[in-house]
Each structure stands twice: as structure tokens, then as C-alpha cells.
Design a protein around this ligand. Structure first.
Ligand SMILES: *Cc1c(COP(=O)(O)O)cnc(C)c1O
Length: 350
């Protein structure tokens, strides 16, 4: 991003000086069990959940800050990545005026959020080997291009983007680059987290839904400059991460050893599955994956999808996505689940 387009210039006019909702827990932040809290109209009888949750989720952020070596003021938590991404749209994109840039095939939620927020989408397809066309992207951008979404490792293709291309985009795009690292913990590539300070226009989105095994609690994590985090904080619903989610997240983050073990097992299983898939006669191609799923090209995706369903295995048909003709996406399961899949595939294979 050039110095001429500062973050302040990118923020929507009505958001710049917005007066955020001040909750009872924002106004009085001291947590002390000796105090008598009569400020939030809560039911006073203790049942473990009768109090509002911490609006700033300090304990969860403290743990994440230690695990990821990022300071707390660079972290914002949301009700899944979905909420984090929606907050980014609402902070920077003026409905019916601004646009965003997407690089299909990619995660479907970006387009849905753009549509909900009445934001135009400029699409620049990835290359045949699923890398960003940097020059074309930069040429396609205009003054109203506020956000550019990079998903790396990318869903549904599974590959990571070239670091050289990502850096070029970060340096030359005049809006915010949202780097979705939902699958980064499975990747052989390093996260861009340790380079956050170099790029004032970089927002990194991560999640507890995939490698961290907590899709059910809905916890999305956003890392960015203090300036960007402050803007997002000013528009987020005050109690956007509920108490049950915060508790479950803490329990899980205190067991990083367990998480790391599971990631290792999934990566190992990916290699096993990769080898097996190459033996199946109707599998024409397996895309190299840096994530916890494999995109495979088959002879007839509708037929193969249906055959798998009949054997009790549900995969995702992605063949309607650009550049994904005849492709199925398969998540890596447990060893037992993968064996079941392989058994079925072998039977279907001549
Ligand atoms: C699964 C996924 C997410 C996670 O979304 P949550 O709302 O946090 O569950 C985000 N981005 C991509 C690309 C994904 O595939």
C-alpha cells in the first residue's frame, strides 16, 4: 500500500467517528468477586451463566497472544470468521459504491458477504495452477476497491499462494488485503503473522474451526494493526463471543500439545490418502494440498459423488467452481474413516 492511502482514508465515513455502544462491562472493567454487581440488570442468582461475558475476551486473547506471539491489542475475536469478515466489510465498504476483489475459485463466504452488504465484486481468476495473477489483479483494482481477499492455503484448491506474489500484492494494492489463514496450521508455509507490522493494510483471519478442532463453538480470530482493530472493535456487538465459547476456547488452548498431535496425525493421513488416491483409476489428478483436504479430479463427479453417498461417505462436489471442472473435495478424516473411504474407492475402481 502506498503512503498516500492511509487506513483512515479507507474507513467508511459514517464509521470514522462512530460512538460505540458502551456496555456495563465496558464502563466498569474491574473483575473482583468481592464487588456487588448491580449494573447490568442481570439475574443475581448464580448458575454459572447468569453474568454477561467479558466483551473483550481478555483471557482468550492472552492465551492466543502467547501462542501466536502477537500482542493483545492486535487481536479481535468474533463469532466465527464469518462475523470477523462481516465486520471488515462494514468498516471499510460503502454499500452500492465500493467494490472488493476476489480470486476464484475461493471460499464462497466472501461473495455472500459482499452481496449482503451491497458491495460489487471484481473477479480475477487464479492461474491454472491456482496462483494469483498479480499484474492483472493490480490492473483490475480501482479507487473503489477497498478489500482484496487472499485465501492461503486456498479453499477449495488446498494450495498456498507464492509468498513473492502475496508480498507484491501487499505492497502495491491500495486497499486492505484480507489474508484468510483458516488452514495455516496444516501448512508447510509460515503464517504472515510475524510480518504484520510491516504491512499496515494487512488483516489476517484465522479460526478455531479447523486445525484447533472447535468448529462448534464459533470462534474466529482477526489479527491486524492497532488502528484497524480499534475500528472493528468500535462496531462489533458488545458481547459477540459468548461465555460458553470463551470457556471452551480457554480449555482447548491450554492443550496445545493435544492440538499439535492431532494436526500431525491429519497431515500423516493426508499423505496416506494421497498415495491411495493415485492408485484409483477414475482419479485423474490430485491437487497438492497444504490444508486438511484434497481436491481431486475424477472422470464423472456427479456419479462418483453419488456412489460415495450410497456407501455412506459424504464429500463435497466442487465441479461447478471455476477451474475445478470434475473436482471433488475430500476432508481428511481419522485413520479409520480414511480406510473406509479407500476401501470404497478401490471397489469402485476397476
Ligand atoms: C472453514 C473456513 C473458515 C472458517 O470459518 P468459521 O466461520 O471460523 O468457522 C474461514 N475461511 C475459510 C477459507 C474456510 O475454509
Amino acid at each position: 500500500m502506498k503512503a498516500t492511502s492511509t487506513i483512515q482514508n479507507l474507513i467508511r465515513e459514517n464509521i470514522k467517528n462512530i460512538q460505540p455502544y458502551a456496555s456495563a462491562r465496558d464502563e466498569f472493567t474491574e473483575v473482583n468477586s468481592e464487588l456487588v454487581f448491580l449494573d447490568a440488570n442481570e439475574n443475581p442468582f448464580e448458575n454459572g451463566m447468569n453474568r454477561y461475558p467479558d466483551p473483550q475476551q481478555q483471557k482468550v486473547k492472552q492465551l492466543l497472544s502467547e501462542i501466536k506471539s502477537v500482542s493483545i491489542e492486535n487481536i479481535l475475536l468474533g463469532n466465527g470468521s464469518d462475523e470477523v469478515l462481516d465486520l471488515i466489510f462494514r468498516a471499510f465498504c460503502e454499500p452500492n459504491k465500493d467494490n472488493i476483489i476476489l480470486l476464484p475459485p475461493t471460499y464462497g463466504m466472501y461473495k455472500v458477504l459482499a452481496d449482503i452488504n451491497a458491495i460489487d465484486v471484481i473477479e480475477v481468476q487464479l492461474t491454472a495452477d491456482f496462483q494469483p495473477k498479480t499484474q492483472t489483479i493490480l490492473l483490475a483494482a480501482n479507487q473503489k476497491s477497498k478489500l482484496l481477499f487472499l485465501c492461503s492455503p486456498n479453499n477449495p484448491t488446498g494450495n498456498s499462494f507464492s509468498r513473492v506474489q502475496v508480498e507484491k500484492i501487499l505492497r502495491q494494492f491500495n486497499g486492505i488485503v484480507v489474508l484468510d489463514e483458516a488452514y495455516i496450521d496444516f501448512s508447510e508455509q509460515e503464517s504472515w503473522l510475524n510480518r504484520l507490522e510491516e504491512f499496515p493494510n494487512l488483516i489476517i483471519s484465522q479460526t478455531m474451526s479447523k486445525a484447533y478442532g472447535m468448529a462448534g463453538i464459533r470462534l474466529g480470530v482477526c489479527y491486524a494493526s492497532k488502528e484497524i482493530i480499534n475500528v472493528l472493535n468500535s462496531i462489533k456487538p458488545p458481547y459477540n463471543v459468548n461465555a460458553l465459547t470463551q470457556q471452551k476456547a480457554l480449555d482447548r488452548l491450554n492443550r496445545m500439545d493435544k492440538i499439535q498431535k492431532e494436526i500431525q496425525l491429519i497431515k500423516l493421513q493426508k499423505e496416506v490418502l494421497l498415495k491411495e488416491l493415485k492408485q484409483i483409476d477414475f482419479v485423474e489428478e490430485v491437487v497438492p494440498s497444504d490444508a486438511n483436504f484434497l481436491l481431486i479430479k475424477v472422470d464423472n463427479p456427479t456419479k462418483r459423488y453419488q456412489q460415495l453417498i450410497e456407501k455412506g461417505i459424504v464429500v463435497r462436489n466442487r465441479s461447478n467452481q471455476p477451474l475445478c471442472e470434475n473436482c471433488l473435495r475430500i476432508s481428511i478424516g481419522t485413520e479409520k474413516e480414511n480406510e473406509q473411504l479407500i476401501k470404497v474407492l478401490r471397489k469402485l475402481s476397476k
